[in-house]
Design a protein around this ligand. Structure first.
Ligand SMILES: [Zn+2]
Length: 336
């Protein structure tokens, strides 16, 4: 497995005490190293700006560039910051995903800033902020690649990715905590895409406390069946470690066992898969999760140092209702 990392990703700075900070990468890199990962430095590419414009409006790109050039740490909104190193980091992340897709190998991109909340003009859909994101690396990769599907298992809905891909026949599946209980407040089952994109946007909101057993149902009953029918030639996984029960920002209740099941299921598709770091704010989980991912991909076998978690009765029955709704809405497009 290739692990893309460069020090420039730490050049994106946020305000003191911010959960999305450069130290996250130190822990993730350490975990990947413990697993014996092969590190690759992303190279600069000439086509990045052109591809950036396929996903974002020119005015927004210019606005971000201007903020990068201010020479000081600047607040873009209540959650999101831009520093002098932000543009270089964000553009290098895009280079990395393009190279990863070209390589046709399984890859893990350890980059910042994250991207899945960044919409065409920055703030996506009805979100109050950009949620730490600048440019949408996953969506840009999806638009660049041939026959790519995006699976987003970050605990937050990838509202930016949805917005950018909404009228495209590029499959986007997002599993996330119930938007009534968590930022960004979108990601309901009836958001299915429009025009050519109708049926290619699949949202599965999960109640807080879903746990590993509930997440397994989501994967087995919706995510994997839809993916198999779509038949992607490559996969981009927006990988946030923030659905873990020890994450400070959410309440999904997963353990690394739940993540491991997802990783193994997705690898079972046997297509080149790019795991792209999005959220995840517990340093130890970033380290251990990254180690687990590399070991799973390399076939080294890894046993998470924690017991599997399960849904409480209330979460389980709520999840059952949601899955029934998702299947009812999407049975027009997929055999579920
Ligand atoms: Zn997140």
């Amino acid at each position: 497995m290739r692990v893309y990392y460069d020090e420039v990703f730490k050049g994106h700075e946020t305000v003191q005490g911010h959960p999305e900070n450069p130290r996250r990468l130190d822990y993730a890199v350490e975990g990947a190293k413990e697993a014996g990962a092969r590190f690759v430095a992303p190279r600069a590419r000439n086509d990045v700006i052109q591809l950036l414009e396929a996903a974002h409006r020119r005015e927004y790109i210019k606005y971000v560039e201007d903020l990068c050039n201010l020479g000081s740490l600047t607040e873009l909104d209540g959650d999101t910051w831009i520093s002098p190193g932000t543009c270089r980091a964000a553009l290098t992340a895009i280079s990395a995903i393009l190279d990863a897709l070209d390589s046709r190998e399984h890859s893990y991109i350890l980059a910042r800033p994250p991207g899945h909340h960044a919409g065409k003009s920055g703030r996506a859909l009805t979100a109050p902020t950009q949620g730490f994101c600048i440019f949408n690396t996953a969506a840009i990769g999806a638009l660049y690649g041939d026959g790519v599907a995006v699976v987003d298992i970050d605990v937050h809905h990838g509202n930016g990715t949805q917005e950018i891909l909404y009228d495209k026949d590029v499959l986007y599946i997002s599993t996330h905590q119930d938007p009534l209980t968590l930022y960004p407040g979108t990601g309901f089952p009836d958001e299915v895409g429009i025009g050519r994109g109708e049926g290619y946007n699949v949202n599965i909101p999960m109640p807080p406390g879903t746990g590993d057993d509930g997440f397994k149902r989501v994967l087995d009953e919706v995510v994997m069946p839809v993916l198999k029918q779509y038949g992607p030639k490559a996969l981009i996984v927006s990988l946030g470690w923030d659905a873990h029960r020890e994450d400070p920002l959410a309440n999904m209740g997963l353990t690394l066992n739940g993540y491991r099941y997802a990783i193994k299921s997705l690898l079972g598709l046997n297509v080149p898969t790019v795991f792209l770091l999005e959220g995840g704010y517990n340093f130890q989980i970033l380290r251990e999760g990254s180690k687990m991912l590399v070991m799973e991909v390399e076939g080294l076998g890894y046993s998470p140092p924690e017991e599997r978690s399960s849904s409480d009765h209330r979460a389980w029955s709520k999840l059952s209702n949601t899955l029934a709704e998702v299947k009812a809405v999407h049975s027009r497009y997929w055999r579920l």
